[in-house]
Design a protein around this ligand. Sequence first.
Ligand code: FCB
Length: 444
Amino acid sequence: AEPMRLPDGFVLGAATSAFQVEGSTTADGRGTSIWDTFAAQPGNVRGGATGDPAADHYRHWAQDVDLMADLGLDGYRFSVAWPRIQPTGSGAVNQAGVDFYRRLVDLLLERGIEPAVTLYHWDLPQPLQDRGGWAARDTASRFADYAAIVVDALPDVTGPWLTINEPKTTAYVGYGSGYHAPGVSDVDQMVAAVHHQLLGHGLAVQAFRASGVAGRIGIALNLQPVYAAGAGADDAAVRADAVENRLFLDPVLVGAYPDDALGDRPGQIPADPAVLDALVREGDLATISAPLDVLAIQYYGVTGVDSGGQNVQLYPTSDAPWQQVHPEGLYETLTRVRDDYPGAPPLVITENGIPDRTPEGTTDDPERVAFLRAHLQQVARAVDDGVDVRAYYAWSLLDNVEWAEGLDQRWGLVHVDFESQERTPKASARWYADVVAQHAVPLA
Ligand code: FCB
């Protein structure tokens, strides 16, 4: 059968983030991030991995761009490490840090690869954490100052700008379970981290508009359908949907927080709604809901919730135990945003992928090929049904430091030998290169 053609101009790319690939955590004046601090504490990251050397991308960046060019990628999404730009999180600019990203963008443009830039992918400067991190309102303003510096330095970025990567993960895992940096487990701080990241997003969008650059800007939200599992679970699933999706979509797209995310009922965040109300000042929601040029969606899978609000496994998981693989959930997510948020801007998918380990001595990763194919089919289907999706970035270009999971899970299209730093495209990279070349998704 005919492959599913993607619209002209649809960008097929791959993504990374600074902490996960760069290494060189003390080079050229870079400051310390919360992930350096967190990873240095034994027991926090599996196998004791740290951000150094990671995939040593700080030194292999040009080779990595060549690799992308060899694969024919249309776009590359990377993040800027705030501690390279402002080592203490505020004040003076570290020019050497700026220069690294300037060179990277120049080479990408030269090779015809559209750069997409995430301003914050979890590596908060440690001195800001020492003053409360995202639980502190001031961090939102510091983030906007930093964003203005980066936008000024890279005014020619042609792909989307993303303010904050997955504010949900930072709030729930960084400040809720404490499994990620900064390792805080406090529900009030967790709720504060939600609001202050969204406020930081809004203030960064303001700074972006004020800079007068011609680019497009949005926020990267990880969304997932929540399914009721078993008898009497419908209400809990609706509340869990508020927690997983609407607590972020509603303020950004309609300027209001949902009223069912916080409380003591099954599926809710166990916090008094007054905790959130007390954080929201006059004008905040207008700032947070300023019009965007794109909405970036990151999709990994779905969740099931029982009547007690507990997670239930409904679909097979990958090497990442939290990932319940269900490709149709991506179609549902894309159409849901279109249907429930009529004012939403065009969509881009900034992450989608699966960990899959190649057997020793091979480059075979059939599970990743099957995953990417099935999900890209759902993207093409949504586009055919009229959803305005403009881009798709596979997570990830390279094997990397998967946060608290360290180096065990292999998320890359390209294998990285962390000892020699040798890069080897996997079968999935060759398969994806073909999809990019055909600009169409094969049915099998
Ligand atoms: C997302 C993160 C990304 C990567 C993938 C597997 O939550 O944004 O950095 O860790 O998961």
